[in-house]
Design a protein around this ligand. Structure first.
Ligand code: SAM
Length: 293
C-alpha cells in the first residue's frame, strides 16, 4: 500500500492561517464550563512552549487529553507530530477541532468521549508521547493510570502535562520535601519527573485560582528497585495514611506486625514515612509481599 507523505509545510501554513483562539471560542459559543475543568490557553506562543517541552515530536504519535478549542493541538501539529489523537468530552469543541483537522489533513484524529473510559491502544503507534493541559478534576487519576501501566516500560515514551503547581510539586517530591507522599514514591520509582516551568493563572481563560506547572516525566527503563506494584501501593498507603506517626505505628494498618518487617529491612521503627527513600519503600514492599507469600 502506498501512503502519501503529509505536506508538513502546507499544513503549517494552513495552521498559522487559522483564526485566533479567542475568536474561535466566541464563534462556537465555547463558554468555559467549570465542571469540565475548562481553563483555555489562548496564547499560541505559550502552547508552542509547552509543545517544545515535550522534545522532538517528529515521527511521534501524540496523545492529547482535553484539546478544547485546540490551542495546544495546533502547537503539537506545528511542532511536527506525525499524528495527534485528541480525546475531548465536550461536544461543543468538535467544530473548532474540525477546522484544525482541515488544516492538517490526516494528522488529527479526534475522539469524542471520556478520557477515563478511553483505551489508547488501537489509536497509537510507537513512539508515543502524551502532552496535555489536563482537566484538573481528573488529572491525578489519569497520571496514576499511566504510572501504574501493567507493562513497563509503558506504551508512552514521555508525559508532558500541566497540573496545578501543588500537584506538580507532589509528583517531583522526594524524602524531606513537604509534598512527598504516595504520588512522589510512585513517580520516582518508575520515572524521572521534573517541573519544566510555571504558568501564571493570567495565561488562562478563565484564570484559575492557582499557578500551574508543566511537568515532564520520562519512564525509567527499569524501576529504581525491585518491588511488586500492589505491595508498594499498600505500604505507601499505610505509611503516608498516618504520616505524622512513626512507622512502627502507621504500618499496623497493613495487618501484619510492623516491628519484624522493619527489622528485616534495617529501617528504624521510629522513623516517619516522609524520611524514607523510594528504595527503602521498595525494600519494605518486598518484605511485606514475602509475609503474604
Ligand atoms: N487543551 C485546551 C487548552 O489548553 O486550552 C483545554 C484544556 S482544559 C484545562 C481541559 C479540557 O479537558 C477541556 O477541553 C475539557 O472539556 C476536557 N475534559 C474534561 N474532562 C474530560 C474527560 N473526562 N475526557 C476528555 N476530556 C475532558
Amino acid at each position: 500500500m502506498v501512503t502519501e507523505t503529509p505536506d508538513f509545510a502546507a499544513h503549517a501554513e494552513a495552521l498559522h492561517a487559522l483564526p485566533p483562539l479567542r475568536e474561535v471560542v466566541g464563534r462556537h459559543e465555547l463558554a468555559a464550563k467549570k465542571a469540565l475543568g475548562q481553563n483555555f490557553l489562548f496564547d499560541l506562543n505559550l502552547t508552542g512552549r509547552v509543545a517544545r517541552a515535550a522534545g522532538d515530536l517528529t515521527g511521534c504519535d501524540v496523545l492529547e487529553i482535553g484539546p478544547g478549542p485546540g490551542g495546544l493541538t495546533r502547537a503539537l501539529l506545528l511542532a511536527g507530530a506525525r499524528k495527534v489523537v485528541a480525546v475531548e468530552r465536550d461536544e461543543r469543541a468538535l467544530p473548532a477541532l474540525a477546522e484544525i483537522q482541515a488544516a492538517a489533513p490526516g494528522r488529527l484524529e479526534v475522539v469524542d468521549g471520556d478520557a477515563l473510559k478511553f483505551d489508547p491502544a488501537p489509536y497509537l503507534t510507537a513512539p508515543v508521547k502524551i502532552v496535555a493541559n489536563l482537566p484538573y478534576n481528573i488529572g491525578t487519576e489519569l497520571l496514576v493510570r499511566w504510572l501504574t501501566a501493567p507493562q513497563w516500560p509503558p506504551f508512552w515514551s514521555s508525559l508532558t502535562l500541566m497540573f496545578q503547581k501543588e500537584v506538580a510539586e507532589r509528583i517531583v517530591a522526594g524524602p524531606g520535601d513537604s509534598g512527598y507522599g504516595r504520588l512522589g514514591v510512585l513517580a520516582g520509582w518508575r520515572t524521572e519527573a521534573e517541573i519544566v516551568f510555571d504558568i501564571s493563572p493570567h495565561a488562562f481563560f478563565p484564570p484559575p485560582k492557582v499557578t500551574s506547572s508543566v511537568v515532564r516525566i520520562r519512564p525509567r527503563e527499569k524501576p529504581l528497585a525491585e518491588a511488586d506494584l500492589s505491595a508498594l501501593e499498600r505500604v505507601t498507603a499505610a505509611a503516608f495514611g498516618q504520616r505524622r506517626k512513626m512507622l512502627r505505628q502507621s504500618l499496623k494498618s497493613l495487618g501484619v506486625e510492623p516491628a519484624p518487617l522493619l527489622e528485616a529491612v534495617g529501617i528504624d521503627p521510629q522513623r516517619r514515612a516522609e524520611t524514607l527513600s523510594v528504595e527503602e519503600f521498595c525494600a519494605l514492599a518486598r518484605a511485606f509481599a514475602a509475609t503474604r507469600a
